[in-house]
Design a protein around this ligand. Structure first.
Ligand code: ZN
Length: 249
């Protein structure tokens, strides 16, 4: 949120995508000829009060220059094949922006991204299986702003199974639990705070299925953008009060 015009300003979103599957896998290209980021950003740009741009791995500085990050209120992240190609310098900068208050929405296989692991401090490993299975996304926090306007359960006819144990710290808020025909369960919607920043992890979004075209999934991502927008800011500093809170004169 721009500080100069707080009420009128739009939430500035940068939709980041690795954008590799969409260049080589016909199944993925069929759903996302211009990349998943294009579909996610197009939907966000239809929302009142949101303006979304995109950035991808192969752009200079992965499209995340200082200028772009400074002008981003909420960053969404999709990666899978090339987490290791994201430079540590970029991860450092994104982490600093989140701690200052930038929102971060991590999608699907972004669970293994450098930035999500950095923010969580754990392996973020999980169980998975690609078998065209149905996923039911059950709401366990129905009053949460991220889930408004959507009915539980969301039904995805074909998905990739993500199952527990998902090696994350205990979330601040658990929003959804997914179930699968194999009996697995998964904490598919989790929120965290780090510094002044809000983080939302949302697992649906395997690249070979048209999940980011699903209106329910689109609605949740747009709700998450609004939820994650900066509502304060914290400059990174380490104040020292050698004489105690009430300083001696
Ligand atoms: Zn996947």
């Amino acid at each position: 949120m721009r500080k100069d015009n707080f009420m009128a300003a739009k939430i500035r979103v940068t939709v980041w995508n690795e954008f590799r599957h969409e260049k080589k896998n016909a199944k993925v290209i069929a759903h996302y000829p211009n990349g998943m980021h294009a579909v996610i950003a197009a939907h966000l740009n239809q929302q009142e009060g949101i303006v979304a741009k995109t950035a991808t791995l192969d752009e200079p500085e992965h499209g995340l220059t200082d200028e772009v990050l400074a002008a981003t209120d909420v960053l969404t992240w999709w990666g899978h094949l090339a987490h290791h190609e994201v430079s540590d310098k970029t991860v450092d900068k994104v982490q600093a922006r989140v701690l200052e208050g930038m929102g971060l929405i991590v999608l699907h296989s972004g669970h293994h991204s450098k930035i999500f692991r950095r923010m969580m401090g754990t392996s973020c490993n999980l169980r998975w299986r690609e078998a065209d299975e149905r996923e039911l996304i059950w709401f366990v926090n129905p009053g949460h702003p991220i889930l408004q306007g959507v009915q539980s359960p969301i039904i995805l006819p074909k998905t990739e199974m993500y199952g527990e144990m998902f090696d994350i710290p205990q979330p601040n808020e658990l929003l959804t639990i997914s179930t699968y025909p194999g009996g697995e369960v998964f904490r598919s919607g989790c929120s965290f705070t780090r510094g002044a920043g809000k983080i939302f992890y949302f697992s649906p979004g395997h690249e070979t299925y048209p999940i980011y075209h699903d209106p329910n999934i689109q609605r949740i991502i747009a709700n998450a953008v609004r939820w994650a927008m900066p509502t304060g800011s914290m400059k990174l500093e380490c104040p020292m009060s050698p004489t105690g809170w009430f300083e001696k004169k």
